[in-house]
Design a binder for this molecule. Structure first.
Ligand code: HSE
Length: 345
């Protein structure tokens, strides 16, 4: 199928997807019959450009890398804001990759509602809207004969939501536990090597792991968002962000990390949820000092890991990248290919 794509937001994740799309263009066409053009890019900081016949994305990437505004692109309509880009362009599929706010879901929530209501597909790595209204948004997509893909909201391109939905189908999943934030796991790993907390955080930002506002990472809000999403989408519950106990890693000092190492242990920020006998869920994000014999203690750098408790198989664990430019961009490609497959019948 032929897709006309529009980027709403064009930070590291959008750029990562663009690199993959450009490098794999022929393979995607030959192997999956997936053909694409990007008709619009609209970013609150970088500006916007629209050409109904398609943009040269190599040129767009160069402009952005040189720190230039998208208005410097030689042709096309300039200055359309995000909502105009969603509503008034000929894009059939919106790639929503603006910044995340897990408390309000905005502005992404509005972007996604407007797109789905207009019958446009949405793929997004934005956690906020899924935390706030996953059920409502999936219903809106169905009512408008559109698709909403969000595999990358948990553990980037490492398949977690699709794993639970398709590959583990038929199991009763009663809980989960894991390392769900790449930035904090990277910081804790570097602190064990002797790097200061501030330097490690700066490095995580440079590597594209951290959120636009990294407070959300280090205070555990990002991991909390993922715990809410997994509880609602996989366990079928209806949690809000206030229903999860939370503590981040900001109080862990380099001395704490060294002391743990001497004891044969490691600090990890753990997100978990367990369905209780009365059907309620106990959900938490908390730093834990794990013995090195615990499999989660061996998961370092920006790698994440998640164990689902299933009735047929017992614990099933997946380990893989949890953040990063191409690692997260790739999750959007997975969503696009799934839509391509579903629409091709
Ligand atoms: N800031 C997030 C993290 C990005 O560090 O895990 C992926 O959700």
């Amino acid at each position: 199928m032929q897709f006309k794509l529009a980027f709403i937001g064009f930070g590291v994740v959008g750029q990562g997807l663009t690199e993959i799309l450009l490098e794999k263009k022929d393979m995607l066409a030959e192997k999956y019959n997936f053909h694409w053009t990007v008709v619009a890019v609209s970013d609150i900081m970088k500006g916007s450009v629209y050409d109904k016949n398609g943009l040269d994305m190599k040129k767009i990437l160069s402009l952005v890398k040189e720190g230039k505004k998208l208005e410097e692109y030689p042709t096309g309509i300039k200055g359309m804001n995000s909502l105009a880009t969603i509503k008034e362009t000929n894009a059939d599929t919106i790639i929503e990759v603006t910044f995340t706010d897990v408390k309000t879901g905005e502005p992404a929530l509005t972007h996604i509602k407007v797109a789905l209501s207009a019958g446009k597909n949405v793929v997004s790595t934005n956690k906020g809207p899924v935390v706030k209204q996953s059920v409502e948004l999936l219903k809106l997509a169905e009512e408008n004969n559109a698709h909403y893909g969000f595999e990358g909201v948990v553990m980037a391109g490492t398949p977690v939501l699709n794993l639970a939905k398709y590959t583990l189908a038929g199991n009763k999943i009663t809980g989960f536990k894991g390392i769900l934030n790449g930035t904090t796991n990277y910081i804790l790993t570097r602190m064990e090597d002797g790097m200061s907390y501030d330097d490690a955080l700066q490095k995580a930002q440079e590597l594209g792991y951290a959120e636009a506002d990294p407070t959300g990472d280090v205070e555990g809000l990002d991991a909390l968002g993922k715990v809410v999403i997994l509880s609602n989408v996989v366990l079928g519950k209806n949690l809000g962000w206030k229903d999860v106990e939370r503590k981040g890693i900001t109080e862990i000092t380099i001395d704490d990390v060294k002391k743990a190492k001497a004891e044969g242990k490691r600090w990890k920020l753990i997100g978990s949820a367990e369905v209780q006998p009365d059907g309620s869920v106990k959900a938490k994000v908390w730093p834990e000092k794990l013995p090195l014999s615990d499999p989660l203690a061996g998961v370092c750098e920006a790698i994440n890991a998640l164990t689902f408790n299933t009735d047929e198989l017992g614990p099933v664990t997946i380990v893989g990248p949890g953040a990063g430019r191409r690692e997260t961009g790739f999750s959007l490609l997975v969503d696009l290919l799934n839509i391509n497959q579903e629409m091709s019948g």
